[in-house]
Design a protein around this ligand. Structure first.
Ligand SMILES: [Zn+2]
Length: 95
């Protein structure tokens, strides 16, 4: 996805096939300071993520509700899945 963003339109933000804002604006992502964005980008931030990252982000919601992708408990899940959930959890709780 990140290598060929034109082939994978977001479907959520309405950006152009090239990942640009339709009004020529920029994406601003704010952190702790609501007056100063931490990231300003001319390219849709979703285009900077790989398909695998987006899939893990989708699974994170299920993870938080206790729904796991593989039958069994947490120790039955693939190591990559457990690592991704731990990383997302840390990013989201550290702000
Ligand atoms: Zn987009």
């Amino acid at each position: 996805m990140a290598k060929e963003p034109g082939k994978y339109p977001c479907g959520r933000c309405g950006c152009t096939p090239e990942g640009r804002d339709q009004d020529g604006g920029r994406w601003k992502i704010f952190g702790g300071d609501p007056t100063a964005p931490e990231i300003v980008s001319e390219i849709c931030p979703r285009r900077l993520l790989t398909h695998r990252t987006l899939e893990f982000m989708r699974l994170y919601g299920h993870y938080k509700r206790g729904v796991l992708p593989v039958a069994g408990g947490l120790l039955d899940q693939p190591a990559a899945y457990c690592d991704a959930m731990a990383t997302l959890e840390q990013w989201l709780t550290d702000g």
